[in-house]
Design a protein around this ligand. Structure first.
Ligand code: NDP
Length: 398
């Protein structure tokens, strides 16, 4: 029977563990390990049935983690800790001879900059070891890459324009909270904007470009062009793309808080000395902000994330949209977390399933769009993230 080791017991870890435990025909023994064991124990208790074993680990410590992996001998490690630990977990997987999956691109702790080069550099090591590493298998990155691969496979000869649109039309009732780890989230949304056009990256000031976009069953929401990590792999894997952009909705209240946080220095990752102690302002801020894993109870509304693509098929211009809407309330009823954790955790489970079924098993390091999208798309419909598609003849997809 297959064995899986999950690392990280936050909002996403909660969903992955529930979902993995719900598919016993694919996943046999489950070990959930994280920095704080009590959080793993609470998740295991919520899943019930003695289905999940737990352990304490520091995923930044390669020898310690290698020993844990060797003692449990999983078939795959699902990394839903923080992006800071990606490389040490990949190192431990190589040491112990186990395949790897994550949902977020490696980012050094002391520099708010993520890029795939550090993880792609492991390709030969994984290939030589006969192991698979699946990168960025959440929703975005993750499902957005699978959606793009599905569109390219079935509906286009060439894709030319890609807009990934990420709307959270939910309301958690708090003046300010982030939907996943606050430190990672604030680092992501305060950086400069960036998109791909005509073979090069175009840079913008943070949130400089914005416009209302229409989201299915939601309506118009102000959407901001930001840089998001899947753009880097998608423009590499789909070289016919002439333009690729990522849009995310933000409410005015969120942006006002964010501006204040930045202006007063609380988004800084540079340590300051306070009463003789070194403190990283954004870490302190995380400690006082609501825990994203606790937002679910009062969250209403839904997320809507999709891809809007234009290109050509048989010499004709075509436009196509594919998206999922996910209800915060439904996600909470099923797993006790909100839709942002849910939409990340379900694809991570499906990615691990694809590997264990031998469908996405290839030696080396890969982004999700490099695999066959069809079996993954099928499983999305079965495990809580059904998708819809719209075929358009008009060139505008907004
Ligand atoms: P949380 O902060 O809620 O959870 C992170 C977990 O990792 C915590 O349990 C934390 O432990 C644990 N952890 C942190 N450092 C270590 C360490 N050194 N060793 C072991 N465990 C550690 O984050 P989320 O659940 O919101 O997010 C998890 C991941 O998912 C992040 O990488 C995030 O970027 C990614 N993500 C991806 C998305 C996508 O669509 N692709 C969307 C949303 C998130 P402790 O409890 O002790 O703090």
């Amino acid at each position: 029977m297959n064995k899986v080791l999950i690392i990280g017991a936050g909002g996403v870890g909660t969903v992955v563990t529930h979902k993995i435990a719900s598919v016993p025909e694919v996943f046999g023994d489950i070990l959930l390990a994280s920095r704080t064991k009590s959080k793993c124990d609470a998740i295991a208790a919520a899943v019930g049935g003695n289905r999940v074993k737990t352990a304490q680990t520091d995923a930044g410590n390669v020898p310690e983690l290698t020993a844990l992996i060797r003692s449990f001998q999983p078939d795959i490690v699902v990394n839903v800790a923080l992006p800071y630990q990606d490389l040490t977990i990949m190192d431990a997987c190589l040491e112990a001879g186990v395949s790897y999956l994550d949902t977020a691109n490696y980012e050094p702790e002391d520099e708010a900059k993520f890029e795939y080069s550090r993880q792609w550099a492991y390709h030969d090591k994984f290939r030589q070891a006969g192991l698979t590493a699946i990168l960025g298998c959440g929703f975005d990155p993750g499902v957005t890459g699978v959606f793009t691969a599905y569109a390219a496979k079935h509906y286009f000869d060439e894709i030319h324009y890609l807009d990934i649109v990420d709307c959270n039309a939910g309301d958690h009732g708090r003046p300010f909270a982030t939907n996943f780890n606050p430190e990672i989230n604030i680092r992501e949304v305060t950086q400069k904007g960036k998109y791909w056009e005509n073979g090069q990256w175009v840079y913008t000031q943070p949130h400089e470009i914005h416009r209302p976009l229409n989201y299915p069953e939601i309506g118009a929401r102000e959407s901001y062009l930001i840089y998001h990590e899947e753009l880097e792999s998608l423009v590499k894997n789909f070289p016919t793309l002439r333009r690729a952009r990522f849009w995310m909705t933000f409410g005015q209240e969120y942006l006002t808080h964010l501006r204040v946080i930045q202006n007063i220095g609380m988004a800084s990752i540079e340590p300051v000395t306070y009463q003789g102690m070194e403190i990283v302002p954004i870490r302190f801020l995380k400690a006082v902000l609501p825990n994203p894993a606790d937002l679910g109870e009062h969250y209403t509304g839904s997320t809507s994330i999709g891809c809007r693509i234009r290109g050509v098929k048989d010499g004709q211009e075509r436009a196509y949209c594919v998206y999922n809407n996910c209800s915060h309330e439904a996600a909470y009823r099923e797993t006790g977390t909100q839709a942002v954790s849910y939409t990340t955790g379900v694809p991570a489970m499906i990615g691990a399933m694809m590997y264990l079924k031998g469908l996405w098993k290839q030696p080396g390091v890969f982004n999700v769009e490099q695999f066959d999208p069809d079996p993954f798309m099928e499983q999305l419909n079965l495990h809580g993230l059904p998708w819809n598609e719209l075929h358009r003849t008009d060139p505008e997809t907004d």
